[in-house]
Ligand binder design. Structure first.
Ligand SMILES: CC(C)(COP(=O)(O)OP(=O)(O)OC[C@H]1O[C@@H](n2cnc3c(N)ncnc32)[C@H](O)[C@@H]1OP(=O)(O)O)[C@@H](O)C(=O)NCCC(=O)NCCS
Length: 185
């Protein structure tokens, strides 16, 4: 079982944000959110016709992450709106279960208000307290300067780059690998 206790944050605007573990009922909002981010263009691996997740597959994923000791799935909620979500998926074998990859996505209208920072810090705090987790990794497009700035501010270090890993709008983009250790090696 891997979940966090819900936590409230007061945003700069005065509105209350709830950071909590995702529930199966969030799947439909998460799918809509993800489709809107994909439709923006250059931010995701999948293009619109390549995204195959459904409400049913996402709710199964949420339940799977809840019952796995080394995974976490978080949402940031303002009122009844899921402003953003983060999922961290650890690897499968005993030799690699202490680490894994995460991704985080916010609806466009909720960006630049500190919500990404709350989600990523929430995952780091979970990783520090979780008995299995020791390292959290991510891949980010070299063009995604905002995301790279956020990860660096929270203590992530660049491990390396996968050169010309993607072609976005006809141009090569590198994939930047970053990580943070949640326990001392
Ligand atoms: C990347 C993302 C998760 C960041 O979340 P966010 O809520 O917008 O970021 P925050 O408001 O918490 O900002 C945290 C830091 O990120 C950087 N940042 C975020 N938005 C920025 C912007 N528009 N311009 C410059 N820096 C920015 C800043 O360093 C900021 O620190 P500061 O608050 O001290 O200035 C969010 O913008 C998003 O979902 N983007 C689209 C999807 C995506 O790119 N996901 C990441 C894939 S790897």
């Amino acid at each position: 079982m891997s979940t966090i206790l819900s936590k409230e944050f007061k945003m700069r605007t005065g509105r209350i944000l709830i950071l909590r573990s995702a529930q199966a009922k969030d799947a439909s909002q998460i799918i809509k959110l993800m489709k809107s981010v994909i439709a923006e263009g250059p931010l995701t691996l999948a293009e619109p016709d390549e995204y195959s997740a459904t409400v049913s597959s996402e709710s199964k994923k949420i339940l799977r992450f809840k019952s796995a000791p080394g995974k976490i799935y978080l949402v940031a909620e303002v009122g009844n709106d899921i402003a953003g979500f983060l999922s961290f998926d650890n690897w499968d074998t005993r030799r690699t279960a202490h680490t894994g990859l995460f991704s985080v996505f916010l609806k466009k209208q909720w960006r630049g208000m500190g919500i990404g920072r709350i989600l990523v810090q929430g995952m780091i705090d979970w990783g520090k307290a979780n008995p299995l987790n020791r390292k959290i990794s991510l891949y980010v497009f070299s063009t995604n300067k905002n995301a790279i700035a956020l990860y660096k501010k929270l203590g992530f270090k660049i491990e390396g780059k996968f050169l010309n890993d993607m072609i976005i709008n006809g141009k090569y983009v590198h994939s930047v690998a970053m990580c943070i250790f949640t326990k001392k090696p």
